[in-house]
Write a protein that binds this ligand. Structure first.
Ligand code: FES
Ligand SMILES: [Fe+2]
Length: 367
């Protein structure tokens, strides 16, 4: 039977202190999520040059639109009579509200009011810092003065020449936080993904190494089945507000021991794949889940990728079914409480970082 070199972390050692971390779940979107963070708003491929798009992040409706190669993010609410600017029209470098025709420039300032020669200088709509990177459009929901592009987590673009990538997105009737928890504890693979990924219980017996990193956590694991010709390495990071970047590779037996179960030499791999995912809270009980998956071009072709994407679609549907069912139970429970296990180390580490940042924002920024 397969054994795992890294199940050495005995549950008693790695299990969190239950008293310290037992606690209620649930709450409002405003109090659960960091605002000073880059949230994925859309795939950049889904925002055409003359076609404003409405998205919702942390309960706020935002219109995304493009002008001369730049992307803009405004509050999706005209300052005149609150019509949605996402029903507006791009006119050169500007966006026109298609109710009564106010024209906004790229800064959100009104530059024309049909039939009124004077435009008040404070006639402007709120705009959000926005940046395009690695096939995603990222919007900063907090203090614009703190919007540092260096805080955008790593991801691989769909058109990266080294990778063959597939992508998708799913809307959830559940809190984003429950999806974060799911992506921070892969022991669920053993049970939730029995059908799609043909997993078994051994996946839950393997406890990865977890360590904190700036604004997130890092997981690393080697699986070295006894007597097998191949070993599997995975490293993934989960960065605030909920961005997963995972690399997995297969190696000949003995590679893990040779690198002391650290970061391997990827030139020795016989297969390498990546996953980039983002969880965006849209409302208190709704979220949008963006995902991409890819194989290094040395190891996969389009047919291989298409088959994997079909399998992953099934797996993501399994997660959605479980998490939405879990949300219903939580909502119907007067005082929902949780009991963490050894696999919750990453979940707890991440949620504690989020809670600390939320507290800091509340005290210093008044969010
Ligand atoms: S609501 Fe936008 S111009 Fe009137
Ligand atoms: Fe899953």
């Amino acid at each position: 039977m397969a054994s795992e070199s890294r199940k050495a972390d005995a549950p008693t050692k790695s299990a969190p202190t239950q008293r310290a971390h037992r606690g209620p779940v649930g709450g409002s979107a405003g109090s659960l999520y960091v605002r000073n963070a880059w949230y994925v708003a859309s795939w950049k491929e889904d925002l055409g040059p003359e076609a404003p798009v409405a998205v919702t992040i942390l309960g706020e409706r935002i219109v995304l639109w493009r002008s001369a190669g730049r992307v803009m993010a405004f509050e999706d609410r005209c300052i005149h009579r609150l019509a949605p600017l996402s029903r507006g029209r791009c006119e050169g470098a500007n966006l026109r509200c298609m109710y009564h025709g106010l024209l906004f420039n790229t800064e959100g300032q009104v530059v024309e009011i049909p039939g009124q020669p004077n435009v008040p200088p404070d006639a402007r709509v709120r705009s959000f810092p926005v940046f395009q990177q690695a096939s995603w459009i990222w919007v900063w929901m907090g203090d614009p003065a703190l919007a540092d592009e260096a805080l955008i987590p790593p991801a691989i673009a769909l058109d990266d020449p080294d990778w063959m990538m597939g992508r998708g997105q799913i809307d959830y009737e559940a809190e984003a936080r429950l999806i974060n928890d799911n992506l921070l504890d892969f022991s669920h693979f053993a049970f939730v993904h029995e059908q799609s990924l043909k997993t078994n219980r051994s996946h839950a017996e393997h406890v990865p190494n977890v360590s904190p990193m700036p604004r997130g956590v890092r997981f690393q694991s080697w699986r070295e089945p006894d007597g097998a010709a191949a070993e599997h390495w995975n490293e993934h990071t989960y960065i605030i507000p909920g961005i997963l970047f995972s690399q997995s590779a297969t190696f000949p037996a003995g590679t893990g021991a040779a690198c002391d179960r650290g970061f391997p030499d990827l030139a020795l791999a016989t297969h390498i794949q990546v996953a980039c995912q983002a969880v965006t809270p849209t409302g208190e009980r709704t979220a949008r889940y963006f995902f991409s998956f890819g194989v290094h071009r040395r190891f996969g072709d389009e047919a291989w990728l298409a088959k994997m994407m079909a399998t992953l679609d099934q797996a993501y549907a399994e997660d959605k079914a479980m998490i939405e069912a879990q949300q219903k139970i939580i909502d119907a429970t007067p005082v929902p409480r949780i009991m963490p296990t050894a696999h919750d180390r990453g979940v707890i580490m991440f949620n504690q970082q989020v809670a600390a940042l939320v507290r800091e924002e509340r005290s210093t920024l008044g969010f």
